[in-house]
Ligand binder design. Structure first.
Ligand SMILES: CC(C)(COP(=O)(O)OP(=O)(O)OC[C@H]1O[C@@H](n2cnc3c(N)ncnc32)[C@H](O)[C@@H]1OP(=O)(O)O)[C@@H](O)C(=O)NCCC(=O)NCCS
Length: 415
């Protein structure tokens, strides 16, 4: 069986992280992704955070798998003609340049629609229409603007960004959903449409529960937050440390070895249903008969003491031992896994979530494969392209240029 998006051709005008995350997933679904890169230099990430001199960085190789690279400057005469042909031949165009950049290249949406009414034109921008729509935005700015930073961090300490790239990769995934919906609608309507995702909006979407809490705050303190019952609440959702965002209290506790291992911790959730098993496991069977501890309501104002008692027990075991004991008791818990542990985890290799790829210049490297699993069309993760590796092949087979046309484009510095 073929791949889900076989036959779909993507004109990939993306760079850095947010856009490339989106088109990489489309490539893993089987689309033919043609990545357009500036002649001579390419996507800026090829040269950023390099670990090996003169070799495409992991930043680039881990975001551009399964794509073809075409160097092209649409601002030249020949480049403009080639780009026009590509718009005619592709199904989806994806871009995440600064606001107005594609228009300044001479290709506003109206013109794209005219050239190819079936075209789906998808963009990532930092902000939607409004006071900040012209701003350039990177990951951490989106996290700040979308509510993640004000709600992340230790209580009463400064705001914190998260290591998860929710602004870049998070928005890229949102864009994938929009493109797939537009492709489906095109089946019925025969028409393309514009798909836009603002990074601020995507981060806010991922912070949905915090806007929930903002509204709850009007009706009293947020009882599952560590500020309750002794701390103060202001008029905005505060930072909650490691408290669980759901209705079941949770916290990170130390495990054996925490003094020297920065990741010797486990997250434990004291779900009411599983609490009897948890209490017994940590040697607190007494809590089950004691009205001071036996109900979630009784425990709520003293969760710090509950977790301190749990921690006394977890500190006698390593995090995997704790997992081994608590999971059979249906106590939801999760070890704090380091990137080293994840890179070495056999199960993730088996499912294709962590994949080893071979690259002609850098040799073998690890990447994160497609986290979205389709039973009938599993992805084959292939290495990222070298700069301009497929220029001639695409110009001949997709654009229809002959050798003389390619030579002329080269003379103009268009490719
Ligand atoms: C990420 C971002 C801040 C980077 O900004 P930047 O490095 O200054 O790059 P820009 O997007 O402004 O693009 C720079 C120029 O390169 C030009 N360019 C891009 N590809 C080109 C090509 N193949 N050939 C010739 N010129 C090209 C653009 O036309 C633009 O020129 P202009 O400003 O004269 O119109 C910005 O692109 C942005 O805000 N993007 C939207 C939000 C986003 O995706 N952010 C997250 C990125 S992970």
């Amino acid at each position: 069986m073929g791949k889900a998006l076989e036959g779909v051709r993507i004109l990939d005008m993306t760079h850095v992280q947010s856009g490339p995350t989106c088109t990489q997933i489309l490539a893993w679904f089987g689309a033919d992704v043609i990545k357009i890169e500036r002649p001579g230099s390419g996507d800026i990430t090829r040269g950023q955070l390099r670990d090996i001199p003169d070799v495409d960085s992991l930043y680039f190789t881990m975001l551009n798998a399964n794509k073809r690279s075409l160097t092209l400057n649409p601002k030249t005469e020949a480049g403009n003609e080639i780009f026009t042909r590509l718009i005619e031949e592709c199904d989806v165009m994806v871009e995440n340049f600064a606001p107005g950049a594609i228009d300044r290249m001479g290709f506003p949406w109206e013109k794209i629609q005219e050239l190819n009414p079936r075209m789906i034109y998808a963009s990532v921008k930092g902000f939607g229409p409004g006071p900040y729509e012209d701003c350039k935005v990177y990951e951490n700015i989106a996290q700040c603007a979308g509510g993640a930073v004000s709600t992340t961090g230790e209580i009463d300490r400064f705001p914190m960004v998260t290591g998860a790239q929710i602004g870049d990769s998070g928005t890229g995934i949102h864009l994938v959903a929009g493109i797939l919906a537009a492709l489906l609608q095109r089946e019925k309507s025969g028409k393309g449409q514009r798909v836009t995702c603002a990074m601020q909006d995507s981060v806010l979407n991922l912070c949905r529960v915090k806007l929930r809490d903002q509204q709850r705050l009007a009706h009293g303190p947020l009882t599952e937050y560590p500020q309750y019952p002794n701390g103060e609440f202001g008029d905005a959702v505060p930072r909650a440390g490691n408290a669980s965002g759901g209705g079941q209290p949770g916290w990170i506790v130390k495990c054996k070895g925490w003094e020297t291992d920065p990741d010797a911790y486990i997250y434990v959730i004291t779900q009411a249903r599983a609490f009897p098993g948890l209490a017994k496991a940590i040697g607190h069977e007494d809590w089950l008969e004691d009205p001071e501890w036996s109900t979630p309501e009784a425990r709520l104002p003293k969760l710090d003491q509950v977790f301190a008692e749990i921690e006394k027990w977890t500190m006698t075991k390593d995090k995997m031992e704790v997992m081994g004991i608590l999971n059979p008791l249906n106590v939801p818990c999760g070890p704090i896994l380091s990137m080293k542990e994840l890179a070495e985890e056999d199960a993730l290799r088996q499912t294709g979530t962590v994949v080893e790829v071979d690259h002609p210049e850098r040799g073998k490297y690890l990447t994160v494969g497609n986290p979205i699993k389709l039973s009938d069309s599993p992805p084959d993760v292939a290495r990222s392209p070298l700069l301009g590796e497929h220029t001639e092949e695409i110009l001949k087979s997709v654009v229809g240029l002959d050798d003389a046309g390619i030579a002329e484009a080269r003379r103009q510095g268009a490719i």
